[in-house]
Design a protein around this ligand. Structure first.
Ligand code: AMO
Length: 443
C-alpha cells in the first residue's frame, strides 16, 4: 500500500494590502490583527494590521453578517470585504466588511496602548512590553527598515563577489582584547562569547578572498550608555589583495550609497511614517585622527585630554565641523594611534605609532571600525610579543599568517548604531529588537 501523501495545500488566496487597489469592485479575503476599532455613529472603522500595512475597513450592520463585538483589538482574524471605490478615502477605496472569522482572541486587555500614532511611554516600558509594543506601526517600521538595510548590504556584497560566512560565536579566545568579554563554562574548560568574527573572517580571506557576515557579537561592557549594548549585530566584511586600506573605505562608501538607494526604493512608507530623511551620500571625506583632534580643539576651544581616542562629545563636534565645511553627514577618521588599536591592526610603515585603520562617524557617532591587517607571520608574532600576549593561545589564528594570506583588511559596522543614527534615535536600544544591557535580560 502506498503510504506517501502529497501536499495538497494550495496557494493562500488572500490579499496583501498592496494588492487591494487593483481589485476595486471585488469581494476579497484578508487576514491580519485588529489594530484599532473606532466606533462612529451608525458604523465603525476597523483598522487591520496586515503583513505589509495597516488598512482601514468599514463596519456597518447593514453590510456585515456578524456583530461588531465579535472583534477585539489585537484579535487575529480572517475577513471578507468588498472593495468599493471611495473618493474621500486616502487610498481611493473603502473595505466594506462582510464576514469575519476570529482565529485567535486576546486573553485579556493589553497592558499598554499600542495603537496610537506612537507608543506614548518611557523607553523602559517600551522595552519591557516589547513583544506587543513592536506591533505599533512606527515601532514595526524601524525593524522593517533595519531588515531592508541588511538586505541592501547583502545585495551589495554579493554583487561585489563577497561570500557570506557563519563563524562560531563560542570561542577559545577573545579577538578584540580588553576585559569586555563574557566567559562561559564549556565542558570543563573556559570559553568565551565572540566579541567579533575578526579571526574567522581573516581566516576566510585565505579561502574565499572576500567574505562577509551579519551576526550577533557580545561585549561585556559595563557602560550604561545610550550607545553600548551587550549584544549587537555586527556587519563585517573582509577583503583580500588590497593595495591600501583606503579600498576598504571606498567599498563601505559604495555600500552605503547602495543602501540609501535601496531604502528609497523599498521603504518609502516606513521612512515617511518615521519622518526620516535619508542622507545624501557622495564621496565621504576623510581626515587623519591627529588632525581631527587639533581641528576640534582649535575650532571649539577645547583642551585635548586624551591623545589616543575621541571623547563622545568630540565625535559630535567633529561631525558638526565636517558637515559645515563639506555638507557630508559622514566622515572617515584615519590613522588611529597604534596603542588604541588591536594587535591585528597594521601599523603605518611611515609612522609606526599610527595604524592603517579608520573609523566612520555618522551624525556624531562612530558606526564603523576598520583597517588593514598584518599579514606577515613575523610581523604578527612581533606585535603579539611586544604586547606581552602568548602566541600559543593564537595558534589557530596564526596559521593564517604562517601559511600565507594576501594583504587584506575589512571592517565591522554596528547595525543598531547605524539604524539609530539613520532614523534619528538617541539610544541604540530603540533600534535593537530585544536589547541586552547591564539591567536587561528579558524579554
Ligand atoms: P569595534 O570593536 O570598534 O571593531 O566594533 C565595530 C563597530 O561595532 C559597533 N559597536 C557597538 N555597538 C553597540 N554596542 C556596543 N557595545 C558596541 N561596540 C562596538 C560600533 C563599532 O564601530 N573587529 C573590529 C572591526 C574590524 O576592524 O573589522 C571591531 O569589532 O558601531
Amino acid at each position: 500500500m502506498n503510504t506517501v501523501k502529497y501536499n495538497t495545500i494550495t496557494t493562500n488566496p488572500e490579499m496583501e494590502a498592496c494588492e487591494l487597489a487593483n481589485h476595486i469592485g471585488e469581494t476579497v479575503r484578508l487576514h491580519g490583527a485588529v489594530y484599532k476599532i473606532r466606533r462612529m455613529s451608525g458604523f465603525a472603522f476597523v483598522l487591520l494590521r496586515m503583513r505589509d500595512a495597516v488598512v482601514q475597513c468599514v463596519y456597518s450592520e447593514e453590510s456585515a453578517s456578524f456583530p461588531l463585538n465579535l472583534l477585539a483589538e489585537e484579535a487575529c482574524v480572517r475577513l471578507t470585504a468588498e472593495i468599493v471605490a471611495e473618493e474621500r478615502s486616502r487610498t481611493g477605496y473603502e473595505l466594506r466588511l462582510k464576514n469575519a472569522q476570529v482565529l485567535s482572541a486576546p486573553y485579556e486587555e493589553l497592558p499598554i496602548v499600542i495603537n496610537q500614532k506612537k507608543v506614548n511611554t518611557s523607553l523602559e516600558n517600551l522595552l519591557d512590553y516589547r513583544p506587543i509594543t513592536l506591533r505599533n506601526e512606527k515601532e514595526r517600521a524601524i525593524f522593517r527598515i533595519q531588515a531592508a538595510i541588511c538586505t541592501a548590504f547583502r545585495e551589495f556584497l554579493n554583487m561585489e563577489h563577497f561570500t557570506e560566512i557563519h563563524s562560531p560565536k563560542i570561542a577559545a579566545i577573545g579577538a578584540e582584547g580588553g576585559a569586555n568579554i563574557f566567559k562561559l563554562p564549556y565542558f570543563g574548560k573556559e570559553a568565551y562569547l565572540a566579541q567579533s568574527p575578526q579571526f574567522y573572517k581573516q581566516m576566510m580571506v585565505g579561502v574565499f578572498e572576500r567574505v562577509f557576515e551579519i551576526a550577533p557579537v557580545f561585549r561585556a561592557e559595563k557602560h550604561d550608555t545610550s550607545r553600548h549594548l551587550n549584544e549587537y549585530t555586527s556587519v563585517d566584511f573582509e577583503m583580500g589583495y588590497i593595495e591600501s586600506f583606503e579600498e576598504i573605505m571606498a567599498a563601505e562608501n559604495r555600500m552605503l550609497i547602495h543602501c540609501t538607494a535601496f531604502l528609497k526604493e523599498h521603504c518609502e512608507a516606513e521612512l515617511a511614517l518615521l519622518g526620516c530623511t535619508l542622507p545624501e551620500i557622495g564621496e565621504i571625506p576623510h581626515i587623519p585622527f591627529a588632525a581631527a583632534k587639533e581641528w576640534i580643539a582649535g575650532s571649539c576651544h577645547r583642551k585635548i585630554t586624551d591623545m589616543l581616542d575621541f571623547e563622545p562629545e568630540e565625535e559630535r563636534l567633529l561631525c558638526g565641523l565636517v558637515k559645515k565645511e563639506t555638507g557630508s553627514e559622514f566622515v572617515f577618521v584615519t590613522h588611529y594611534p597604534s596603542a588604541k588599536r588591536p594587535f591585528y591592526a597594521m601599523d603605518d610603515p611611515q609612522s609606526p605609532e599610527k595604524t592603517l585603520s579608520f573609523d566612520l562617524l555618522f551624525r556624531g557617532l562612530e558606526i564603523t571600525t576598520g583597517g588593514q591587517r598584518i599579514h606577515s607571520y613575523e610581523e604578527q608574532l612581533q606585535k603579539l610579543h611586544a604586547r606581552g600576549m602568548h602566541e600559543e593561545l593564537f595558534e589557530g589564528y596564526l596559521m593564517l599568517h604562517k601559511y600565507s594570506v594576501p594583504p587584506h583588511g575589512g571592517l565591522g559596522l554596528g547595525l543598531e548604531r547605524f539604524t539609530a543614527q539613520l532614523l534619528g534615535f538617541e539610544n541604540v536600544r530603540s533600534t535593537a529588537l530585544f536589547p541586552r544591557d547591564l539591567h536587561r535580560l528579558m524579554p
